[in-house]
Design a protein around this ligand. Sequence first.
Ligand code: SF4
Length: 71
Amino acid sequence: MEEMKKPNHCIACTVTQCAHHADTTNYCVLDKIVVGTHEKNPTKTECVDCESFVLSAEKAKENCTGGSCAK
Ligand code: SF4
């Protein structure tokens, strides 16, 4: 039987490809996350990343079709 993931209502998230996503609701299940940047001087939303992201094993089976992650 699969364990239910408990959503952390302080961390809203829509990244369903992440292993830490609550699945049935758009929240993260972690107690805390790390947010960082891949830019030297971040100026907009796209510059910022969740560094706690872990690709879901289920989603890893599917092809990533978006931008720079499609390697
Ligand atoms: S670890 Fe980050 S990307 Fe993953 S569900 Fe939590 S907030 Fe979203």
